[in-house]
Design a protein around this ligand. Structure first.
Ligand SMILES: Cc1ncc(COP(=O)(O)O)c(C=O)c1O
Length: 385
């Protein structure tokens, strides 16, 4: 088969490593290979590199450096926040009720399912047609024994941005622990854990042009979840295991770059998104999710009567990488739990595709994509007639 120049439009699944991040990581694979726990020179160098990365992440989030804990990614951070806090709070006899939403990533939903088996009770808040959670629904779900609320900052399928600041303010007044899965949001929209009253936040390196297998759990001073991984005293005794120094250095650098470039990039991607949405609507697409409260790089659309696999396969053959929803549920035959929670029928969910833009997407890519979609949709419709 002839070589097809590919256009990557699935940044929500994963982002390419930024070449500047790669350059920053390189020495820590080779000459600066020390263990941060060692007392001699190489150990001190590695320790200093981890310290710098911790400060870079803290700055991006508006946190203090000692509130940053390195993990292996978004899934571990989500599991740790939920299981660790639920177990610690139940032991302190604070209760056993947890509130989350129906549209969370499976790292949250499956951690909640595990907690239900351990005797916790979980309420899954509904969302409206745009994927937004309401504070009223949250208020109604609260119980005397509610110990923890976890609501994502932005959804990975439809890009809906939840009213995190309002939720955080409300929960802080009630003194209820508030975690947010910000894996899709960090580095893409402005966030500040103090201003937004967030007690714990998960992020993942590979969603912000950093390395895969790296992540962070931000934990506000004073909160101590049970550790998920027991062993040595790394991460102040909260997360054992020799630190992934190159990965941590890369994540720090990625955070630094995101902070520097966020304002311009947010604006640039929002413009590209508008161009794409306008073009897709002209071809008969219906938009899933809010346009107002939406990640700059996310587009999720439905072509009535066109099965998502048909369109995705045709676009793949033309060199375009787009997705049918979340990468983690790719291959699953179930309709998207996010779209069905937003009131779409299973058939409508099966006609939806997610196109996500990022740092290396250019206007030409959008135009080439629109031309390809037009050709394929016209061909599919002709065959349907
Ligand atoms: C919202 C959300 N949470 C959690 C994760 C899991 O992150 P990781 O792949 O780093 O485990 C993802 C990744 O797709 C995500 O989009």
């Amino acid at each position: 088969m002839a070589h097809v120049e590919r256009v990557y439009l699935d940044y929500a699944a994963t982002t390419p490593l930024d070449p500047r991040v790669y350059e920053a990581m390189k020495p820590y694979f080779t000459e600066q290979f020390g263990n941060p726990s060692s007392l001699y020179a190489q150990g001190r160098e590695a320790r200093q590199a981890v310290r710098t990365a911790r400060m870079q992440i803290a700055k991006l989030l508006g946190a203090d450096a000692d509130e940053i804990f390195f993990t292996s990614g978004g899934s571990e951070s989500d599991n740790w926040a939920l299981k660790g806090m639920a177990l610690a709070l139940r032991r302190a006899k604070r209760g056993r009720h947890i509130i989350t939403t129906a549209i969370e990533h499976h790292a949250i939903l499956n951690a909640c399912a595990w907690l239900e088996k351990e005797g916790f009770s979980v309420t899954y808040l509904p969302v409206d047609r745009d994927g937004l959670v309401s504070i009223d629904a949250l208020k109604k779900a609260l119980r005397d024994d509610t110990i923890l609320v976890s609501i994502m900052t932005a959804n990975n399928e439809v890009g809906t941005i939840e009213p995190i600041e309002k939720i955080g303010e409300f929960l802080q007044r009630r003194q209820i622990f508030f975690h947010t899965d910000a894996v899709q949001a960090v580095g893409h929209i402005p966030l500040n854990v103090k201003v937004m009253h967030i007690d714990a936040l998960s992020l993942s390196g590979h969603k912000l042009y950093g390395p895969k297998g790296t992540g962070v759990l931000y934990l506000r001073h004073g909160f101590r979840p049970d550790p998920l991984i027991h062993g040595g005293e790394q991460e102040r005794g909260m997360r054992a295991g020799t630190e992934n120094v190159p990965g941590i250095v890369g994540l720090g650098k990625a955070a630094d770059l995101a902070q520097l470039e966020l304002p311009v990039e947010e604006w640039r991607l929002t413009n590209l998104r508008t161009r794409l949405i306008t073009g897709l609507k002209e071809l008969g697409a219906k938009i899933n999710g809010s346009v107002k409260y939406r990640l700059p790089g996310n587009v999720n659309v439905r072509f009535p009567g066109v099965a998502q696999e048909t369109l995705l396969i045709r676009l793949d053959l033309r060199g375009f990488s787009v997705s049918a929803g979340s990468a983690c549920s790719a291959g699953s035959l179930e309709p998207s739990h996010v779209l069905t929670a937003m009131g779409r029928t299973p058939q409508e969910a099966g006609e939806s595709v997610r196109i996500t833009l990022g740092r290396f997407t250019q206007e030409e890519d959008i135009d080439a994509f629109l031309t390809a979609v037009r050709t394929e949709i016209e061909d599919i419709r002709k065959k349907q007639d």
